[in-house]
Write a protein that binds this ligand. Structure first.
Ligand code: IZC
Ligand code: ZN
Length: 379
């Protein structure tokens, strides 16, 4: 919901307490004047790979010479080069780096993020990543939802033995991580050369049996049938879906699975854009996220993703706003407390340097977040 200029929002104890239609709000001593500018709920970035060692700028030249994302991964680079750097990094280094990203995300209007592990691919390093997220949940203003993604790639020690790694995930890592209670969600990269549909199904079944809610990177690059699997497994969300078939979309619609779309990744990998317009027309709830990670989307500015939502997905402003607030909150289990400006919800708000919603998507490339309120406090 956007607020017209003559409305005041009252905040008490970090929650929205009232929405008043005159200048004298019934709540609050400190007044923040929005100056007639657009106010929305804080952005919810429902798909990030927040905690990682190193960066991957050396892939730039490889890509210019024609190497594809999956080829770089198959040659032991890509995700696996980040795994090497993340294994080598201390928890403190990872935490400080991620905290800087979170500061910047807040400054760009993001007030809640999801954070996936998946750069450890062994129990110790996955745990290190998840513990970093747990520390940040305590120490940082940002609200963070943690996802275990041990099934992000096949680690070098299991090269040529994907089945062996799937067995390790199912028999060892998933049960042990479940016991820590650190992550409510389990995600998996179902992709050509990574985990096929049958392996993904086995991993998802194990994760579900251990109490995880399910997410899946589905049909990002190749249409393997990941969207169909997401629907069959009643995953909370299916992510990417660039190559998803109509059958896949039907399965998502039939099971209420949320499509988390990542347009900055299509842009960055020079790939087609997901069929967002069709998805909305199929009645699939669509969320849009940054996919912030060091390989396929090394940027956390949700405003770029939002502009691409207009320019490439051809979604309407209200659809894009819903995709980065309420639908995104639902994709990470926070639909009851975040994602709209409503009495009783968390007071996460952005005052934009924009007179209206159209303006927010029409400008691009600059940070249009003017003031950010997080849990009722100006940050
Ligand atoms: O580090 O490349 N797609 N996982 C699946 C990613 C992108 C992150 C990465
Ligand atoms: Zn991802």
């Amino acid at each position: 919901m956007t607020i017209t200029p003559s409305v005041s929002i009252g905040i008490k104890d970090g929650k929205i307490a009232c929405i008043c239609t005159d200048d004298q709000c019934c709540e609050g001593k400190q007044v923040v004047d929005a100056g007639g500018q657009l106010v929305t709920a804080g952005l919810v970035d429902s798909h990030t790979h927040l905690v990682f060692g190193g960066f991957r700028q050396h892939e730039l030249e490889l890509k210019l010479r024609g190497a594809e994302y999956l080829e770089i991964l198959a040659a032991g680079g890509g995700i696996l080069s980040t795994v090497k750097a993340t294994r080598a990094a201390s928890a403190d280094e990872l935490q400080n780096k991620a905290a800087d990203f979170l500061d910047q995300m807040l400054a760009h209007g993001t007030t809640t993020v999801e954070a996936k592990s998946g750069y450890g691919l062994d129990y110790e390093t996955e745990l290190k990543q998840l513990e970093v997220v747990a520390e940040l949940q305590k120490s940082h203003k940002m609200d963070i939802v943690s996802t275990f993604m041990g099934a992000h790639a096949v680690p070098p020690e299991f090269k040529g033995n994907t089945e062996g790694f799937v067995d390790l995930l199912i028999n060892d890592m998933i049960p042990k991580i479940a016991k820590t209670g650190l992550s409510p969600y389990c995600d998996i990269f179902c992709e050509q050369g990574v985990f096929n549909v049958e392996q993904s199904r086995r991993i998802m079944e194990a994760a579900r049996n251990h109490g995880f809610k399910l997410k899946i990177h589905a049909d990002e690059i190749v249409d393997l049938g990941g969207a169909k699997l997401a629907g069959e497994m009643q995953a909370v969300s299916a992510e990417h879906l660039i190559a998803a078939s109509d059958k896949g979309l039907e399965a998502l619609a039939a099971n209420g699975t949320i499509a988390v779309l990542l347009p900055a990744t299509s842009f960055y990998l020079n790939k087609p854009f997901a069929r967002a317009r069709n998805m909305v027309d199929f009645d699939i709830p669509v969320a849009i996220a940054s996919d912030f990670n060091p390989g396929s989307s090394p940027g956390y500015n949700m405003q770029l993703a939002m502009s691409l939502g207009y320019l490439k997905y051809r979604l309407y402003p209200a659809e894009i706003l819903t995709a980065v607030t309420l639908n995104a909150a639902c994709a990470i289990g926070l639909g009851d407390t975040k994602g709209t400006v409503e009495i009783g919800k968390d007071a996460d708000l952005v005052i934009w340097n924009c007179p209206d919603l159209d303006f927010l998507f029409y400008r691009f490339g600059n940070n249009q977040a003017n003031k950010v309120v997080k849990n009722g406090v100006l940050v």
